[in-house]
Design a protein around this ligand. Structure first.
Ligand SMILES: C[S@@+](CC[C@H](N)C(=O)[O-])C[C@H]1O[C@@H](n2cnc3c(N)ncnc32)[C@H](O)[C@@H]1O
Length: 214
């Protein structure tokens, strides 16, 4: 069995989030485990835990996104979480924002191979797109602490929408430290949510920041 194959433990969670699109998710994981590692998008130690720690951990948060939303995933890296959402939820329209060229090239190749028509890549820092990108939902994982993340993501909502930030145990402390940035960017509500509690051994902590009446 290949090191990145779906284990029986993870299969239930994978079927729950990807349903009949599980084959696409398996192809994505195949790319992560081969060219993704060779080209430095993830470290080789991640191969045995690509499903549990990366793909499923991200994909479970797809449930928090309203039907038919436009989504920008800021600092997408190897497509986490944005590509997992594009695979799990064909109803979403997703833009992956990533400044590093070699990561953008890899993402473009994977999107083409999976034949996904609901996702595209924009190369650059999110701040460069404040005038041009206007979405319902912004997502981010492992990009920066919430105090900075608020400044580089919330302007993409143009007054209405929500940020879903995948965070770890530091969530409450980060919210505390981000109060000034949240106020400055028009945040109206902040919650700490748990995604994947029924299916994952280690559920995902998501900070939801609402702006305007969303
Ligand atoms: C630690 S990686 C995380 C990648 C991915 N989100 C994940 O969870 O595996 C952080 C990513 O954010 C990108 N990044 C940093 N600052 C950014 C900005 N201002 N706008 C967009 N992307 C940014 C980096 O190029 C990098 O790919």
């Amino acid at each position: 069995m290949e090191e990145h194959a779906l284990t029986e433990t993870d299969r239930g969670a994978a079927l729950e989030v990807f349903g009949d699109r599980l084959g696409l998710a398996e192809r994505y994981v195949g790319h992560l485990a081969t060219s993704g590692i060779e080209r430095g998008l993830l470290g080789p130690r991640e191969v045995p835990r690509l499903w549990s720690r990366h793909v499923l951990n991200c994909a479970v948060a797809a449930d928090l996104i309203p039907e038919g939303s436009t989504v920008a995933d800021v600092g997408s890296g190897a497509g986490l979480p944005g590509l997992t959402f594009a695979i799990a939820r064909p109803d979403l329209d997703i833009t992956l924002i990533e400044p590093l060229e070699r990561r953008c090239i890899w993402l473009g190749e994977v999107i083409e191979d999976l034949d996904l028509d609901n996702v595209r890549v924009l190369r650059g820092r999110s701040e460069q797109f404040f005038d041009d990108v206007d979405v319902d939902v912004v997502t981010a994982r492992a990009v920066s602490a919430l105090s900075k993340l608020a400044n580089i993501t919330l302007p993409l909502l143009h007054g209405t929408g929500q940020l879903l930030a995948l965070k770890g145990r530091s969530a409450a402390e980060e919210i505390e430290k981000a109060q000034k940035a949240l106020r400055k960017n028009g945040a109206t509500a902040t919650e700490i949510l748990t995604a994947g509690a029924d299916t994952l051994e280690e559920p995902t902590t998501v900070v939801r920041i609402r702006v305007g009446s969303a």
